[in-house]
Design a protein around this ligand. Structure first.
Ligand SMILES: Nc1ncnc2c1ncn2[C@@H]1O[C@H](COP(=O)(O)OP(=O)(O)O)[C@@H](O)[C@H]1O
Ligand SMILES: [Mg+2]
Length: 215
């Protein structure tokens, strides 16, 4: 940790009125203060303490290292600032903008940018793991991707196809009226930015038919 982060009032117990709570999910609480976002992974009382700590430490480290990679690739996202694997915090810049969840229905064209981003992630073997329109922000026509909490590195075509499948399902359930148009644009963008797109898209068909057979 550098000195800047030691000074920062990040932990939950130090939460105060000048901080904005951006999210409080099952896994983490996300707060913003002066343009800096702190994501803190919460203790789970139902997990054995030692395992819980190991899991949170592993996820905190992984999220940090993937965010650094994403920054190095120039993919629009939060800038990694710091991490602390004792307090289980990742510190990053605040990304301005609205969630695509709230604007996609009326601005379907952003879907092509989503596809380009995912294609670039996959070309670099980054599987996001939680591609939903809540983890995509848009500001001044630029789409950013956030929340690498479930991300991992994989060369497997299957993992990339499943990542797209999750995105497809998220768009279908949240943006039903425009989901077909959106997904076509996603595929268009994806095909531009991932040289191995056809292989992943072929596998996506298999993943989807597997899903249908299960129902
Ligand atoms: N760097 C950031 N800049 C702006 N908003 C953010 C940032 N990180 C998270 N958020 C907001 O907080 C919410 C929750 O953060 P996220 O990393 O997605 O955690 P969770 O794992 O709980 O979904 C996001 O949907 C987004 O609205
Ligand atoms: Mg999220």
């Amino acid at each position: 940790m550098n000195s800047r982060s030691i000074r920062r009032p990040s932990s939950l117990c130090r939460l105060n009125s000048s901080m904005n709570i951006l999210g409080r999910g099952a896994e983490a609480v996300v707060v913003e203060h002066d343009g800096v976002v702190v994501k803190e992974r919460l203790k789970k009382d139902y997990r054995v303490a030692v395992l819980d700590e190991r899991l949170r430490r592993q996820r905190t480290r992984r999220e940090s290292s993937i965010l650094k990679k994403v920054n190095a690739l120039g993919i629009p996202s939060a800038k990694f600032l710091d991490m602390d694997d004792k307090t289980m915090e990742v510190e990053m810049s605040f990304v301005q903008g609205k969630k695509l969840r709230d604007v996609l229905d009326n601005h379907v064209h952003f879907a092509e940018q989503i596809g380009k981003i995912v294609g670039k992630l996959h070309t670099n073997d980054i599987v996001h793991g939680d591609l939903t329109t809540s983890n995509l922000l848009v500001h001044e026509d630029v789409v950013s991707v956030i929340d690498f909490g479930l991300s991992f590195i994989s060369k497997k075509v299957e993992d990339k196809a499943v990542d797209l499948h999750v995105l497809h399902d998220a768009i279908k359930s949240r943006h039903y009226d425009v989901h077909e148009e959106c997904f076509n644009l996603i595929i268009k963008g994806y095909s531009h930015s991932n040289p191995n797109a056809s292989e992943v898209l072929e596998r996506l068909k298999v993943v989807q038919s597997r899903g249908r057979n299960k129902k």
